[in-house]
Ligand binder design. Structure first.
Ligand SMILES: *Cc1c(COP(=O)(O)O)cnc(C)c1O
Length: 361
């Protein structure tokens, strides 16, 4: 704190990302990165964009990233006017809070969910209500329908699908119930993990003008380091996001990110192969942890969420750390006895299981 801080800076409670340790040789299962490298075509495209002398970096990138919007539109069967792109999906989500979720009535999101949502509410002055998940940690669509505030529907709804950090998937018909129950509010479905076993809600955008679906290339496309995310929705929703973006930073995606992201989206074969490897490893890891006595929630993501009935989660995380394995532990009501474990390579998963077998013996 200093006298130079604005009132806004004073009042913020910033998001705390999972740690990115500078130590080599760690088994890093704490931030849901993909254990496999991105498509080799991504690196080739970035090198081609650089050219021999990197002279092109002299020039600004395309402010609209039209090539990337076209690639996303083609891949998902929508028009480029239905696509917004940003510097990681966190930025896309941030713009959505400002452009589409800030209204008189509070917005709704689950009590256990991506912890960036309340942070954006703090930054942009958005009122919110945490809606408790059911006892089995699933979202009940009815909890998001029917309430009013001074005669108005909620200011908007946002949740990840599959949810984070639980990994639980909501079926598309349940999402449709939420959309139908809130025709005058925007519903943002954050599909950061949908490629690991969920069905995307993108095909619903033509029928629901209140649906915004947000994706990232950080998880299923192995490009957390490149910072690319996108949203798909009705052109009117996209226009609101563009208005905020163009009032903040005209060039959120640099030349290398645009080139690399296009190549990643076009390499369907590499994408399908990586996702299916992660899914296979996830199922094995869930089985192995259940064998050690863990209660593991059914996951449709690239991580699993589980607890051991006889071992404190904080102590397990610490014991793993002593063995150079890092996982995520949230000191938060309802889930403070759970660990969130990113699915690594089969070798990394095996090392984790071996360590936990030793620790829980
Ligand atoms: C990882 C994650 C994001 C952010 O992804 P970036 O594109 O890397 O900013 C958004 N939402 C959820 C639920 C995530 O887990």
């Amino acid at each position: 704190m200093s006298r130079f801080w604005s009132q806004v800076a004073r009042d913020l409670t910033p998001y705390v990302p999972g740690e990115q340790p500078k130590i080599a040789k760690l088994i890093k299962l704490n931030t849901n990165e993909n254990p496999y490298p991105p498509s080799p075509k991504v690196l080739a495209a970035i090198q081609a964009e650089l050219g021999d002398d990197a002279a092109r970096l002299r020039l600004y990138p395309d402010p609209n990233a039209d090539l990337l919007k076209a690639a996303v539109a083609k891949r998902h069967g929508v028009t480029p006017q239905q696509v917004f792109v940003g510097n990681g999906s966190d930025e896309v989500l941030g713009h959505a809070f400002m452009a589409l979720l800030k209204h008189e009535a509070p917005i709704l999101f689950p009590d256990i969910t991506y912890s960036f949502y309340p942070v954006y509410c703090g930054l942009y002055g958005v009122d919110f209500i945490r809606v408790p998940l059911a006892d089995d940690f699933t979202i009940n669509p009815d909890d998001y329908c029917g309430q009013t505030w001074n005669g108005e529907q909620c200011g908007g709804i946002i949740f990840p699908n599959p949810n984070a950090p639980t990994g639980c998937l909501l079926a598309l018909d349940a999402i449709e119930r939420i959309l139908q129950g809130n025709p005058d509010s925007v519903v943002v479905v954050d599909e950061a993990y949908v490629d690991f076993g969920g069905a995307t809600a993108i095909p619903l955008v033509d029928r629901y003008d209140n649906l915004l679906v947000v994706h990232t290339l950080s998880k299923s496309r192995s490009l957390a380091g490149l910072r690319v995310g996108f949203a798909v929705g009705h052109p009117a929703l996209i226009e609101a996001l563009e208005r905020v973006k163009n009032s903040f930073n005209s060039y959120p995606l640099d030349r290398l990110a645009i080139a690399g992201a296009v190549a990643a989206i076009e390499d369907e074969a590499h994408f399908v192969e990586c996702c299916s490897k992660v899914i296979t490893s996830r199922e094995q890891l869930s089985t192995d942890l259940a064998g050690l006595g863990f209660e593991v929630l059914p996951s449709a993501a690239n991580f699993i969420f589980g607890r051991h009935p006889r071992h404190d989660a904080g102590e397990l995380a610490k014991a793993l750390r002593d063995r150079s394995i890092i996982v995520r532990h949230f000191k938060q009501p309802r889930i403070d006895q759970f660990l969130r474990i990113t699915v690594g390579t089969d070798g990394e998963c095996q090392a984790l299981v071996d360590a936990l077998r030793e620790i829980t013996a």
